[in-house]
Design a protein around this ligand. Structure first.
Ligand code: V4E
Length: 236
């Protein structure tokens, strides 16, 4: 499993020229459609878990425990998420979160708990992989966001390792850049933060406050109730 460490930045008109000036290599340009899922009462996202299907591939982004309180701009501006991409592991983790939540509030009846347990134990894995909607229905998960992104990806080779930069344009009009390093779980997080910070300096990015990602703008615009709950819970 890997931890994605990422800093978002505002894309201005000069960004492609700046990337070329510092030796970035363009590694591709593609388009993909994302669908994000949660329960109707936002159990996953209120715990900062993000369940996504991108062109048929499932991913669960889980908050990575930082261990330290952010004490500088580099840490404050970066996010860290553990990424799970195996569908059976995703199903187990999501069922665990929902089971814990429903146990806390005693919100479910015994047949709902049975359905959740079945998904957790991957009893219907074959059916699940053939039919995405079965496990989503069993866990009462619905799609709350769907959009397409046009992405240009760049790589910057440095002595300390490669750093990736993505320039994204969402179909609802929001553009955002991301400087990203993948760290194997248990790997050197500080080194990753330093590498991101060094590229931000090379690109001349100011130490601005956190930049809004695609999801932030999407929810603000199209899902105001969900957005307000996430703001109140300080997830966004
Ligand atoms: C983690 C998260 C979300 C899931 C999507 O994350 P993001 O990396 O922004 O999207 P994308 O399309 O670049 O995915 P990739 O291709 O890198 O896998 S949606 C919201 N969050 C939480 C979050 C947050 N609280 N603050 C910031 C600055 N970003 C994300």
């Amino acid at each position: 499993m890997t931890v994605e460490v990422e800093r978002k930045f505002v894309c201005d008109a000069e960004i492609i020229g700046k990337l070329q000036d510092i030796g970035a290599q363009c590694i591709g340009q593609w388009q993909f459609r994302d669908q994000y899922f949660d329960s109707p009462n936002f159990i996953l996202t209120l715990k900062n878990f993000w369940l996504r299907c991108r062109e048929g591939l499932w991913e669960l982004k889980c908050p990575a425990v930082s261990g330290t309180t952010p004490d500088n701009d580099t840490e404050t501006l970066c996010t860290r998420y553990r990424e799970i991409t195996s569908l059976p592991l995703i199903q187990s983790e999501v069922s665990r979160i929902i089971r814990e939540h429903t146990a806390e509030g005693s919100e479910s009846n015994s047949s709902q708990r049975e359905q959740i347990d079945k998904v957790a134990e991957n009893e219907d894995t074959e059916i699940c992989s053939a039919d995405d909607t079965k496990w989503l229905n069993d866990l009462n998960l619905v799609c709350f966001a769907e959009f397409k992104t046009e992405r240009c990806s760049y790589t910057l080779e440095r002595e300390t390792g490669a750093v990736r930069v993505d320039l994204d344009q969402a179909d609802f009009g929001h553009c955002v850049g991301e400087i990203e390093v993948l760290v194997p779980e248990g790997g050197d997080m500080n080194a990753a933060l330093q590498r991101i910070s060094a590229i931000a300096v090379e690109l001349g990015l100011s130490c601005e406050k956190k930049v809004k990602g695609k999801m932030h703008v999407y929810l603000q615009r199209y899902r105001p109730e969900h957005y307000e709950e996430l703001l109140s819970a300080q997830i966004l």
